[in-house]
Design a protein around this ligand. Sequence first.
Ligand code: NAI
Ligand code: MG
Length: 361
Amino acid sequence: MAEVKKIAVIAGDGIGPEVVGEAIKVIKKIEELYEHRFEFEHGLFGGVAIDEKGTPLPQETLDMCQKADAVLLGAVGGPKWDNNSKELRPETGLLGIRKALGLFSNIRPATVFDCLKDASTLKPEVLEGTDLIVVRELTGGIYFGEKFRREGEHGQEAVDTCVYNVQEVERIVRQAFDIAMTRGKRLASVDKANVLETSRLWREVVNRIAPEYPEVELEHVLVDNCAMQLLRRPSSFDVIVTENMFGDILSDEAAMLTGSIGMLSSASLGEGSFGLYEPVHGSAPDIAGQGISNPIATILSVALMFRLTFGYHEAAQAIEDAVKEVLDAGHRTGDIAVDKSTAIGTEAMGDLIVGAIRKAS
Ligand code: NAI
Ligand code: MG
């Protein structure tokens, strides 16, 4: 009997439950075709949790996530809670859950589907073959360093400090090498080692760990050059690993290679194989409840979960192939349709993808 993997499901607000519903259909189809077995537990999170439990992250939801092998998150937030105090805002739950689960990296793939190349603002020939992942450090760097104001010679000054320790760099760099091993075996470590001391430490650590991964081809890229190369030759990248602020900027830049927010998946990882998986988009209150949201970002997040947490590479590939097949056949939700009158709804898209999943023979 196959080992049962526990998936904690926190669908959240707005289109969260719609897109998560389609992703669960996909997981159930994988169960039918493969030996993999899953158990789902559902918890309240975000705005719905505020309404029902008086907090965006109830203790029982957190306990459930901590006991699970992976978490599948929809999205949280909406105008209903926008004027709440900080403790009663859905986003406070997001920060809280990442912290409580010890998630220190954010992983964002940018895969260009050939048939959607015209949805991007870049030329199709530049995008050809683009399939990369940005691994961003989440817990250190300038966002968390000491900050203060002081009186200087020319009036008020503001200071932000950037701090990284060896252990923080090691764990994210190892994770990035591990991810590179599951893909194209190329890693670009992005820093600003010509100017920043934290970057020099970063580069030392990367060079020290690299011999543990002799199969991975490593390059060091300065962040300004990386920003240019992402637009000039995006297909030359496989895995990019970088510190918090550089990763914040580069992951948004990379995301835009693909055209639509409804297509972008993400993972947040901690120690070991545990991870939280979610679409990059938010709760889209403008289209919530209409059944027209694109479930592909969430479905591709499941494929990412299968690869990074469970090591189910064949099943992940089957999902990604099914998405590609349905898109190649011309099916589109409104966000990616050129002719909006031909757009299909959330459930129809989910059903088509489920129907296209096949077991590799
Ligand atoms: P959003 O990503 O929810 O929506 C931006 C635009 O993209 C909207 O026009 C929306 O209709 C469209 N869109 C997003 N996902 C789509 C999908 N799957 N299919 C089709 N169209 C899609 O970002 P926005 O409007 O800035 O934020 C809305 C709410 O979501 C806010 O309360 C915000 O705080 C929250 N949010 C939550 C996140 C999370 O749960 N991780 C991340 C980002 C925003
Ligand atoms: Mg950002």
